[in-house]
Write a protein that binds this ligand. Sequence first.
Ligand SMILES: [Zn+2]
Length: 226
Amino acid sequence: MKNNLICVLIGAPGAGKGTQAKNVANHFKCKLISTGDILRENVENKTVLGLEAKKYIDNGNLAPAQIVVSMIKNVIKSSIEKKDASDNNFLFDGFPRDLEQNKLFEQILAQLNLSIKAVIYINIEDDVVYERLTNRRVCPKCNRVYHLKFNPPKFDNLCDDCKVALITREDDKIDVIKKRLEVYKQLTEPLIEYYRKKNKVIEINGNKDAEEVLKDIISGINCAKQ
Ligand SMILES: [Zn+2]
């Protein structure tokens, strides 16, 4: 095995994974691989895999693991060929999402002579998730994100820049959050147990503010690297 830095970021919706992923990838010069982005790109570019995935997505289903993992494999392979991931360091955000994807993922990593160094688990309490997400508002014009308590707009419910009424994203409505949390617990949490047994989990307290969480993640990864 080469000494690559391959990390996976896991956390409930509202754990701030997306933002952390970008910052962590910058800090360690990892190529960030986000399943959401990759799926979108493949669908938009009408790749063979994208067209296949679209059939499922259009019917309100998730793209099958085999398709998602094949997309991921293509990205990893082309990054290695183009050398756009320094030392082949990768950070995965939102992937693998369950044991099924993980099994296929481990197979392709083994084929590429790579292995996971650490699974960063941002642990956040359900109450904190609800408080963060139900208070989130977004400007429909410029997409600026506000939080009614921690980062409110200057004028009641209006975007500071556009003066347009803020909206609640579909994903941030309470029933949707509840459903997303259930899915996360059922599908993704077993992955944490799986990697705990392999001693690869770095657990981070996600109830703190974003800057502290980032510091904890960076020091956790630095420990895992040694
Ligand atoms: Zn705006």
